[in-house]
Structures are given as C-alpha cells and as structure tokens.
Ligand binder design. Structure first.
Ligand SMILES: NC(=O)c1ccc[n+]([C@@H]2O[C@H](COP(=O)([O-])OP(=O)(O)OC[C@H]3O[C@@H](n4cnc5c(N)ncnc54)[C@H](O)[C@@H]3O)[C@@H](O)[C@H]2O)c1
Length: 414
C-alpha cells in the first residue's frame, strides 16, 4: 500500500492529537517536523506511538524536500509567513502532493484569500482540517436519516456547539494574535458542522447558499475582576486592556438553490463551560425526526474518591480540557476517533495519494472564514447581516473585527 509521508509544521497540542489519529490510519507516516519549539518532544511522541521516525528539520524548506505533504499545525498568526516559505520551497523544487491547514484557515477573509491564492499559485492540492465534520457520529446520523430525509424532507434546523473552560496557551486568549475570541477559535467548527449537516446528502459542501447571519458575542466569565486576574496570572493576558468574547451564539440562514427552502444553522460556543471537560453538542431536526450527539456521554465511567484524588490532580487524562480529577468522571477512550481526527486524516491521505480533492479544501475554509467574520460584523452592528448583498461581501474582504483589532472593550464592556 502506498503511504503518505507527512511533515508537521508545529509541535504543540494539535500535532500530538494528530499523531494519535495517525496510529489509526495505516497509510500515513510522520517523516518529519519543523517547529519553533517542541520538535524533540513530538519526535519522541511519534516514535513511541510508532507513526514514523519524525526527523527534526531546521527549516520549512528542508521539511518540504523530505515529505509528500506538509500540515500547518502552528498558531493562527503564523499562517501567511509559513505558507510563503512552503511556496518558496515548492518553487525551488520540493515535490509536494498537498498541504493541510488546521482550522481556522485564517484570522480574516483577506488572509484566507491570500492563503488560497498562494496555494493556487503553485497548483497545490489543499485540505482544510475541520475534524468535527468527519466525526463518525455525524456520518452515522446522516446515513441513518438518509431514507427518512428522502421522504420527509431535509433537516431544517441544525444546532452545533463546542464548549470548554478555556484554551491551553496564551496566544489563543490574545485576540490580536488569535484573530478574535471563542467565535474565531471554536465558532468556525460549529458553523461548519451546521452547514454540513443541513446540506442534502448528495450535494457538495457549499451547495446551500448562506443568506443571512445574526450573532451575539459577550464576555460572561473571564471579564469579571477575579477571573481577569486569574487569566493575567496564568496566561499573562490582560482582559482589562485586550478582552475577547468568551461566549457567542448566532443563527445563519441558508437557501437551497434548487427548491428555495430556507434552513437554519444555530451555533453556540463558550470558554466558560465548567463541567468535566470539552463538550460537543450537535443536533439535526427535520420533519418527524431528530438526531443528537453529546460527546460527554460515554459507555465508560470511572469514579475516584477524594482520598485517592490527590495522586492524579491535574492529569487531564480523561478528556480534552478536563477540569476535574475526582468524583464520577466522563472518560472517552478514543478521543482522536470520537472528534473526527482519524477519518479526517484518512480522507486527506486518500485524496492526496490519488491526486483527488479531499472532502474539505481551503476554499471551504475561506467560506467558513467569511461566515465567522460576518458573524462578528452582525454582533458589532447589532443587526442581521444580508449575505446576498454584494456590498457586504465587498466589505467582508477588508473586515477585521473590533475584538481582533484589540478594541473588544468597546463592545464587550458597554
Ligand atoms: N481541530 C481542533 O479541534 C484544534 C484543536 C486545537 C488546535 N487547533 C488549531 O491548531 C493550530 C495549533 O494549535 P495548538 O493548540 O497546537 O497550538 P500550540 O500553541 O499548542 O502549538 C503550536 C506549535 O507551533 C509552534 N510554532 C509557533 N510559531 C511557529 C512558526 N512560526 N513556525 C513553526 N512552528 C511554530 C509552537 O512552537 C508549537 O509547537 C491552531 O490553528 C489551532 O486553532 C485545532
């Protein structure tokens, strides 16, 4: 079997999750990594998990010369400079079959368009890694409901939410580096999932046309004085000066261009969800049927009493962003599979090895960036944004949210 030789750029949280996914995909190999920090750790982790030698390279060009495809697993603010280096490597002779970028594709529509143009300029196949669309539970819900949808009509309301108690690294909290708050960071997941779930099963992922968006962004927990101090002490980020939203919710209306039917995707995200850990909640509601996914439900339960708890404090072994290490715990035995990383990697490998498009490419990432930015626009203007208005589409090209500009206080504290 032909193997896709992958090179990672970045060696942090998501790179490690992707290593776990690769242990479950038999035609991928991690041949190398280039990262500002953490390369040695990732190399050891990759070797321990038997996904490849993972040679540490000192430059992006060297990495590109030694793999089939590179994956950008570095912070959002480094996308353009990294992509420019990849393009330079390709122009200098690196033979890449494709390039992967983690969500979000970019911090603004302009940056996203720039990334798409850079990839097109050297004819690179692209994969946009939005893992949640690849979740087996989403796939199975849609397969199960296919015959029902044929007779009763499509899903008319999709609800999607991702929540946890807050990101693990300071740059995520800093809106000027990350590109916003929880809407930019996790709204992009939930918007993409809702759009996908609403799409009729035999149609492409951008078949439904976005018509309008309304949204609210708020700072409900991390703006309070005691939590601002905690954030400053733990992450060195000052939410007095540079706040970002820790809660967002919105509704996007989509139109089926063949039938004219309007359907709705509701998203809701927060960094103030203090339960056992990360929770994904997804629902699809159609005439006479429903599906519901809750990632905190597991057939596995573990109980740890107070007297035993001290030994495992802060282990984060149960769940991504786990906040508790005692009591009745929610445990997910295979998070890389549950959240869709495994099937996403499988889809990318199949596509790149066969010179085909993956399910999600960077053009899809660009469309998601537009919807996220339109949501910020709606929240700032406190009105529903008409996405069919060409003037608004033009404005979005140069739009940077107030939160991302470092002016979040003007809307979050008023
Ligand atoms: N799909 C998901 O659910 C999910 C989860 C977490 C993160 N992500 C995305 O993955 C990306 C990385 O997030 P993370 O949590 O791994 O961050 P992280 O801070 O844990 O790791 C980032 C890594 O990139 C390296 N790095 C920083 N600047 C670099 C540069 N200019 N060139 C090369 N390497 C550089 C750092 O040294 C670090 O190893 C982000 O875009 C984030 O949105 C996605």
């Amino acid at each position: 079997m032909e193997t896709l030789k992958l090179g990672f750029i970045g060696a942090g949280f998501i790179a490690k999750f992707q290593v776990l996914a690769m242990t479950q995909v038999n035609n991928t190999e991690l041949v190398g990594v280039y990262s500002k920090e953490g390369s040695g750790d990732l190399q050891k982790y990759a070797q321990k998990n038997d996904v490849g030698k993972c040679t540490v390279y000192k430059s992006i060009r060297e990495l590109c010369n030694n793999c089939d495809a590179v994956a950008i697993y570095a912070p959002n603010y480094a996308r353009i400079e990294i992509m420019e280096e990849i393009v330079a490597a390709v122009k200098a002779g690196a033979e890449l079959k494709g390039i992967i970028c983690e969500k979000p594709l970019a911090r603004t529509v302009k940056e996203a368009q720039q990334l798409v143009d850079l990839a097109n300029g050297v004819h690179l196949n692209t994969a946009y890694h939005e893992n949640q669309i690849h979740m087996k539970s989403i796939h199975n819900a849609l397969i199960q409901l296919e015959p029902v949808q044929r007779i009763m009509g499509p899903i008319a309301l999709a609800r999607s939410s991702e929540e946890h108690s807050g990101p693990h690294e300071p740059w995520f909290w800093d809106p000027t580096r990350q590109g916003g708050g929880v809407l930019a960071d996790m709204g992009c997941h939930s918007i993409a999932v809702s759009w996908y779930v609403l799409t009729p099963f035999d149609k492409p992922v951008t078949f439904l046309e976005p018509v309008s968006v309304s949204c609210d962004v708020s700072l409900l927990k991390w703006g309070k004085p005691d939590f601002r101090k905690k954030l400053m002490d733990k992450m060195g980020v000052d939410y007095n000066k540079l706040p970002a939203e820790d809660f967002c919710t919105g509704i996007i209306t989509f139109r089926n261009p063949e039938t004219g039917q309007l359907v709705k995707g509701q998203f809701s995200n927060s960094w103030m969800y203090d339960k056992q850990g990360l929770r994904l909640l997804m629902e699809g509601l159609g005439p006479g049927y429903t599906f519901e996914i809750n990632s905190l439900r597991s057939p596995l339960e573990v109980f740890i009493a107070d007297e035993a708890a001290e030994s495992v404090a802060n282990a984060e072994a149960a769940l991504e962003k786990a906040t508790a290490s005692r009591g009745l715990m929610a445990i997910q035995p295979n998070e890389a599979d549950l959240y869709g990383y495994v099937d996403e990697t499988r889809d990318t490998a199949r596509a790149f090895l066969n010179n085909k498009k993956p399910l999600l490419d960077w053009k899809f990432g660009l469309e998601i960036t537009k919807l996220v930015q339109a949501s910020y626009m709606a929240a700032e203007q406190k009105k529903t944004i008409d996405l069919t208005d060409q003037g608004i589409q033009k404005d979005l090209m140069n739009f940077q949210s107030m939160v991302a500009q470092g002016r979040g206080g003007e809307i979050l504290f008023s």
